[in-house]
Structure formats: C-alpha cells, structure tokens
Design a protein. Structure first.
Length: 208
C-alpha cells in the first residue's frame, strides 16, 4: 500500500463558489482538484504563488530525472516536457504532469500552441501529490484514479515517486502495477533506469 489508511482528518467543506479558479490544480471527471494548501490561501496565510510551487526535494528529484533523460534519450526522436504540463484528456478532465516524454511523431514541435496537449505522452513521471486531499485514503484514491485515467488516455507508462514513503509506483496498461522502494533500480524505458535513493545518498541528502 502507498499510505496508511488509519491516518484520517476531517476538514470543513468550502463551497467551490468561494474558491478562486487559480487554485484549481486539475479537473478530474468534472470535479475540481485544488492545490495542496489552498485553504491557507483562503485564510490569507499564504499567497496563491506559495502553494503552486514545488518543494526543494520535489524539484531535486525532477532535476535528477531530467539529467538522466537529456543524457540518454535520443532527442531527435523524443520530446521531454516539464513544468506541470497540461493535458486535456476529454471534456471535464484536464490533468497535469511533472515530466512527459513524447514521441516527436505524435507531438511535433510545430504543433505547439496555447492550449493543453490533447495527445498522450509515451511516459509520464509524477513526483508527489500536489493536490489537496482530505486524508491519506483520499490521496491514495487520487493517485490510483489519476493513473488509471492516464492509462485509459493512452499513456504507455506512469511512474509516481512518493517521497513521504520513499516508494515508486509503476503502472502500465494490461499489467499489474508495482510498488518498489526508491533504493531499487527502476526502468524508465529499455536501457534507461534510475535509483532515487542511491542518487540522494551520493549527493549527501538527508532524505535518502
């Protein structure tokens, strides 16, 4: 399991009418998913910009993936997009991604416009949950729901890094999903792997 189902907390409900659209992180089957910390923004304890950014650890893990990908991928064949890329899956479902790998034949650079991308990436990498969840059970449900939605959309592999648990979830279509310790070597695609725990330990991070 990803989370401890015994950990729960109850938060007062807030009418969506009172929540600015800028605090919507994603839309899943018509349901708005808000940025983690949005309640602090509504209570004027933080700014909108404060809750939209990644943590130092999240950014470090994303940097690690990007170093691997830019060093090993054939950039004549693949595009690597990052920075919470917007995906339009279908009506009322818009999701984001930390790192998306596209085959250039499906998403040539000349197709770039000001709208969300409506074709699936080959591989999507997510680092932690940036959405506000009422409890850890809801967080697990969100991870599974988003992952399945992306697989249905046509993504060939989804990799979730969950730093609180030091776990990595790997999901592919028509196969059992796997959860591994992040000290294990895990494959992104054939011939390209990663090991977050090893990297953080070698760099002297206390989170290894």
């Amino acid at each position: 399991m990803i989370v401890d189902k015994g950990s729960r907390r109850t938060l007062p409900r807030i009418s969506p009418k009172k929540i600015p659209a800028a605090l919507i992180y994603e839309t899943l089957d018509g349901r708005p998913i808000y940025y983690k910390g949005y309640r602090d923004v509504l209570n004027q304890l933080q700014s909108i910009e404060d809750v939209m950014g990644s943590s130092n650890l999240q950014a470090t893990i994303i940097e690690y993936f990007l170093m691997i990908l830019y060093r090993t991928l054939n950039l004549n064949q693949y595009r690597i997009l990052t920075n919470e890329v917007g995906l339009h899956l279908e009506k009322n479902s818009n999701l984001s991604g930390d790192i998306l790998i596209f085959d250039k034949t499906s998403l040539p650079i000349k197709s770039a416009d000001k709208y969300y991308i409506s074709v699936p990436p080959k591989i999507q990498i997510e680092v932690d949950v940036k959405a506000e969840m009422e409890d850890l059970v809801a967080q697990e449900s969100y991870v599974y729901s988003k992952t399945q939605k992306l697989l249905n959309f046509g993504v060939e592999k989804i990799i979730w890094v969950l730093s609180d648990n030091k776990k990595v979830l790997v999901a592919t279509p028509n196969a059992d999903w796997s959860i591994a310790d992040w000290h294990k070597e895990i494959e992104i695609m054939e011939g390209i792997g990663f090991c977050i725990g090893k990297y953080l330990r070698e760099e002297g991070s206390p989170f290894a």
